[in-house]
Design a protein around this ligand. Structure first.
Ligand SMILES: *Cc1c(COP(=O)(O)O)cnc(C)c1O
Ligand SMILES: [Zn+2]
Length: 408
């Protein structure tokens, strides 16, 4: 079990009992989970486990009693060698795709949502919910269904319709907010606190973010406890990027991986909502929010990223880069990944691939570097994003001669 010692402010280091709280009373900084890790952690023990989900790392996650784990068997997703894609984007020889599009609800959000819903069950909250750009809705709703907890989703009304259908199918209550993600987030925050609902990415955030550390644990284990040279990470709020860095740092602390000082990271955002890239390129530590995000990468359309400041710090710490991709480049990225590696991703994954291609072309990433590109969501969640770029269907009578003439 992950033994939680306290919640600690990321800014002023004030410590709190691990209760239902998420903001420092002294300075309003975010709180992080501090653990009492067992002293005899051993990477061979993890490698030999039968559990083929991210719960194979349960000692490193903030759930005290294993019986409270809500397990949809998310995680332990493929780390796929991507030689052909590497070749086509400028001759990368050591490229891997972390394919998180094959999770139970088809995005990486099953990791943070599963941990937060499990913790909500452990602390006996009466209901859960989330503010969502789309994928977190389904991830929270599915885990809530399995936990037998009511679930309230707050999301912009204009997210992709498959994501709405999916969340409703799991039985969630869907509050479709006329406005942006930031509007939905504000509503969820106030309703969550006043009604005692565990909003996984707001008042449960200290636990929520821990789930995405497993994106680092799995990659390291799948590379035989080697650390890659460069990670490409799509960024909305920035929570995942921070968690991946924290994950590698913990592995180093336990002695599972030797050296993380050569690790570099890239934050990838869509051109129509790139507040972190903008600040990075201005050499500014202040993030100017985007009022009206406009991008096909709706899961990254967070105009005022909660962890934006921390992403900028991580980029400094890991000699990182922030880069953006236009809608056209995103679509190209989606199709290139599908046609070289057989992986169909939603626009967020297209952002990762498009940004990777740019960085190889401009020499930021060298050809023999070991690169892991995170592909975080499934293409079936936003089929309309690429509809215009696909060939029109040619409907034909079931006539062998006609069909035969079409096939060269
Ligand atoms: C939410 C999401 C992201 C971004 O994660 P953050 O923690 O908000 O930065 C990336 N990809 C997909 C598919 C997502 O749903
Ligand atoms: Zn503080």
């Amino acid at each position: 079990m992950g033994v939680i010692q306290s919640l600690k402010c990321r800014e002023c280091s004030a410590e709190y009992e691990p209760q239902f709280r998420y903001i420092c009373e002294e300075c309003f900084g975010p709180l992080d989970v501090i653990y009492n890790f067992p002293s005899d952690l051993n990477k061979e023990v993890f490698s030999s486990r039968q559990e083929k989900s991210y719960w194979r790392y349960f000692e490193l996650l903030p759930i005290s009693n294993k019986n409270n784990i809500i397990n949809l068997h998310a995680g332990f997703t493929p780390l796929q060698e991507a030689d052909e894609l590497g070749k086509q984007i400028g001759g990368l020889k050591n490229l891997f795709i972390k394919n998180d599009s094959v999770n139970p609800t088809f995005s990486f959000k099953d990791r943070p949502a599963g941990v937060a819903v499990s913790r909500a069950k452990e602390t006996k909250l009466r209901a859960v919910g989330c503010a969502s750009t789309g994928n977190l809705a389904s991830a929270t709703a599915a885990h809530a269904a399995k936990a037998r907890l009511p679930c309230y989703i707050f999301a912009p009304s204009d997210i992709e319709s498959p994501k709405i259908s999916q969340a409703l199918a799991y039985g969630a209550e869907f509050v479709a907010v006329q406005g942006t993600y930031d509007d939905a987030n504000r509503v969820a925050s106030i309703i969550g606190d006043s009604k005692g609902i565990g909003i996984v990415n707001i008042n449960m955030r200290p636990y929520y973010v821990e789930g995405s550390k497993t994106l680092a644990f799995e990659v390291a284990e799948q590379l035989n406890w080697q650390v890659p040279d460069h990670l490409i990470i799509p960024v909305g709020s920035g929570a995942m990027l921070n968690a991946i860095c924290k994950g590698f740092e913990e592995l180093h602390e336990f002695g599972f991986v030797e050296d993380i000082s050569n690790l570099r990271i890239t934050a990838a955002q869509p051109h129509g909502c790139a507040p972190i890239v903008n600040a990075f390129k201005r050499h500014d530590s202040d993030i100017v929010p985007i009022e009206r995000p406009e991008t096909i990468a709706k899961s990254l359309a967070i105009g005022d990223p909660g962890d934006g400041m921390y992403v900028l710090r991580r980029l400094k710490q890991y000699r990182g880069v922030a880069e953006e991709a236009t809608d056209a480049e995103i679509v190209d990225g989606i199709l290139m990944l599908a046609r070289t590696e057989g992986i169909f991703t939603e626009p967020a994954g297209g952002v990762s691939v498009a940004v990777l291609k740019k960085l190889v072309e401009d020499g930021t990433i060298e050809r023999d570097e070991k690169v892991v590109c995170y592909v975080t969501g499934n293409g079936l969640k936003s089929p309309e994003a690429i509809a215009d770029k696909l060939p029109k269907l040619n409907v034909v009578k079931p006539d062998i001669q006609l069909v035969s003439a079409m096939i060269t």
